[in-house]
Ligand binder design. Structure first.
Ligand code: BG6
Length: 502
């Protein structure tokens, strides 16, 4: 791609001593290097306030590397040779000046004499985005080159604070220079959505309210807020994963066909569908908070001492949603997100309308399941005759499970690897544009305000490790989703199941 940064790029990770950098950013940079997707001549600098020796820094950032086999071991040392550390404050110029000097010294080696190229990654809380942005602009901006700046969520707490953040960054950097990361957009299956939808006439033709009965996107985690209850209490599940990750998945699932795969063409369509989403109806939500596990071994949310006493913080939410356009009018959509559930899974379920009555006395609905994680899979539940002399129908599936279909030679990048690579190449498709961000906050802010008001409903307590609030099944039924008849569908299918009769 012509917009790609070259062989002599300076990559700076701010917040280099923090958790995100350690768990995600540096392992992603290493992963790209390991796979040959990062030039061997780049320079990587960690910047943070902590006083760390070069050795401490390297030990810290390499702690979570996925080496991926004996043969890659030498690559760790090679990679760490590219890395160095600059200690500095976020709000005073000295550290930035030193950083600039260090980059300058490296950039002088650029044999191609191309312009400076600097990629900054802010693995920092949004409270310092503004000041760090200003300092970068004043002391480390490559006036004779190009800059790309990756910023991490949360981009604000509500519409107002998000707008404020925008106001601080907008005078400093152009929209082209900014890369707002939502790591869900880097996940393999999320990146596959547009291909699945628009590259298959079979799916494309029936992707509308004439054929689809209901849509749901489920985000489930089998662990609670252990260790970060204090932080989570201010955030809740809706801000944590729904306003951003799940909504992004929903827009890709429901947007119209873009005129091309050009990043702006895609983002234009995402914005259009976001604008068609109706304001949340606060009577059409299901809220939960986890309590102790049934066997008493796992603590309830309120048992965490860092959480406010009697907090009504929502750790589970199912939100009914309507898209008012020709394609989706009348299709109930539910987005669900929850912590401390029975399993960790993210999946999309598109359930089709029943076939016309007549020939079949009883037959189940088609359902397309797109499993984002774990173990990527796409499967379509279809009805088929039970093999052999039987004339009965059974629900079975067309199954694309990645692990069985694709050999291990396919390197599926981690979300952060995919996105840092995109930024390197100057590809904005999988990053959040300013107007997208604004509309998503505008959509969620009234609901969040209501949930934080005196009138807020009390979330239903569900046991740690359960499926969620007990009214969930009824809630899903009310949104057009029909659960498969018990005992008639297994995944993967191992025994014949018979139910419907021809
Ligand atoms: C983060 C949330 O944005 O996404 C976490 O803050 C959540 O609470 C995480 O656990 C989920 O990401 P993933 O990639 O593990 O599904």
């Amino acid at each position: 791609m012509s917009d790609s940064f070259g062989e002599y790029t300076s990559i700076v990770v701010f917040g280099a001593s923090g958790d995100l950098a350690k768990k995600k950013t540096f392992p992603a940079l290493f992963g790209l290097y390991r796979e040959g997707h990062l030039p061997k001549t780049v320079k990587i600098i960690g910047y943070a306030r902590s006083k760390l020796t070069e050795e401490d820094f390297k030990d810290r950032i390499s702690a979570k590397f996925n080496v991926g086999g004996e043969e890659n071991k030498p690559k760790v040392a090679e990679f760490l040779k590219l890395c160095s550390y600059v200690q500095g404050q976020y709000d005073t110029p000295e550290g930035y000046k030193e950083l600039d000097k260090e980059m300058d010294a490296y950039e002088k080696h650029n044999e191609s004499k191309a312009k400076k190229e600097r990629l900054f990654y802010l693995a920092l809380p949004p409270s310092v985005f503004g000041v760090v942005g200003k300092m970068i602009k004043e002391h480390a901006y490559p006036t004779d080159g190009r800059l790309r700046l990756i910023v991490e969520k949360p981009f604000g707490h509500d519409l107002e604070s998000s707008n404020q953040l925008q106001k601080e960054l907008a005078p400093l950097f152009t929209e082209e220079e900014l890369y707002r990361i939502d790591h869900y957009l880097g996940k393999e299956m999320v990146k596959n959505l547009l291909v699945l939808r628009f590259g298959n006439e079979l799916l494309n033709a029936a992707w509308n309210n004439k054929h689809i009965k209901s849509i749901q996107i489920n985000f489930k985690e089998a662990f609670g807020t252990e260790g970060r209850g204090g932080y989570f209490d201010e955030i809740g599940i809706i801000r944590d994963v729904m306003q951003n990750h799940i909504l992004q998945v929903l827009t890709l699932l429901t947007m119209e066909r873009p005129s091309s795969f050009d990043p702006e063409a895609i983002r234009d369509e995402k914005v259009k569908v976001l604008k068609a989403i109706e304001e949340f109806d606060t009577s059409d939500i299901l809220l939960g908070q986890y309590g102790k596990s049934e066997d008493g071994t796992k603590p309830g949310y309120l048992d965490d001492e860092t959480v406010k006493k009697g907090s009504k913080c929502v750790t589970y939410a199912a939100l009914g949603l309507k898209i008012n356009n020709e394609r989706w009018e009348g299709v109930p959509i539910v987005i669900r997100g929850g912590k401390a559930l029975d399993e960790s899974k993210v999946e999309i379920r598109v359930q089709y309308k029943p076939v016309a009555k007549g020939v079949f006395k009883e037959i189940q609905r088609n359902e397309l399941v797109i499993r984002v994680q774990p173990k990527e899979a796409v499967y379509l539940k279809i009805n088929s005759k039970v093999p052999g002399i039987s004339t009965e129908t059974s629900l079975t599936d067309l199954d694309l499970t990645y692990a069985t279909r694709y050999s291990r030679d396919f390197w599926i990048p981690e979300a952060y690897e995919a996105l840092i690579r995109d930024c390197y190449f100057g590809n904005h498709s999988n990053f959040v544009r300013d107007d997208e961000l604004q509309i998503s906050w505008a959509l969620f802010t009234p609901l969040l305000k209501y949930l934080e008001s005196e009138d807020a409903p009390t979330p239903e307590i569900y046991p740690y490790g359960s499926k969620g609030p007990k009214n969930l099944r009824a809630y899903m039924n009310a949104h057009g989703y029909v659960f498969s008849d018990p005992g008639t569908y297994e995944w993967p299918l191992t025994t014949p199941n018979v139910k419907g009769k021809i």
